[in-house]
Design a protein around this ligand. Structure first.
Ligand SMILES: [Zn+2]
Length: 208
């Protein structure tokens, strides 16, 4: 249990240091939250958004799961999106995938009936939809490309959801963007998937 002990000790030190450098920090931080981002990312321990984007505490509303999925039948994802849009008025939604994703790899390599297999079924469907492109790639390229296609599919799932469509219709400013994080060099990369209105999204997907 050394790790838990270390974690609690580190927390004590952090809270103490924070109060020393800014005595009203926790008073302000506990008053309310006004995040600028909803981050939908993978649960992978190497891709925590707080470290990647260096934004202060209170800036990012976070939802993470294996494979950074926004499953349209997942009450958890839907509740997060609804709360972020309707209550927090978050102006930016980021779907962030990453290269080297174990979830994407598992979806490519096997299927089964364990909970994690069932959760990743959606990634398998994405693979089948793009099999013509993916089957021509090397294994590494296929893994990377499927991670990118998965991000695109999740952005699509968000944009076709009633919660965001209604918000856009009533004039709420929300940008949805798909990014991929490269665990080898620490950089976030745009995937050319970015929508700030219902029109922009419908135009893009009508050409697909
Ligand atoms: Zn992952």
């Amino acid at each position: 249990m050394t790790t838990i002990k270390q974690m609690l000790a580190a927390n004590k030190k952090w809270a103490r240091d924070k109060k020393k450098e800014d005595p009203t920090y926790f008073k302000r931080a506990s008053a309310n939250q006004k995040p600028e981002l909803l981050w939908i990312g993978c649960a992978d321990s190497r891709v925590g958004p707080d470290q990647l984007v260096s934004l202060p505490m209170g800036s990012v509303f976070v939802h993470r799961n294996i494979g950074n999925l926004f499953a349209t039948n997942d009450l958890n994802s839907l509740a997060v999106l609804e709360y972020a849009i309707d209550e927090l008025n978050v102006p930016n939604i980021v779907v962030c995938g990453h290269y080297g994703c174990g979830g994407v790899r598992a979806a490519m390599s096997h299927s089964g009936i364990q909970p994690v297999d069932l959760w990743l079924d959606q990634v398998r469907f994405i693979y089948h939809r793009h099999a013509a492109e993916l089957d021509n790639l090397s294994e590494k390229e296929r893994w990377d490309r499927l991670s990118e296609l998965n991000v695109e599919a999740q952005v699509h799932n968000i944009c076709r959801n009633t919660i965001i469509r209604e918000a856009w219709k009533r004039g709420q400013k929300i940008t949805v963007i798909g990014l991929i994080y490269d665990i080898h060099d620490g950089e976030l990369k745009k995937l050319g998937i970015e929508f700030d209105s219902l029109d922009a999204w419908e135009k893009h997907y009508s050409t697909k």
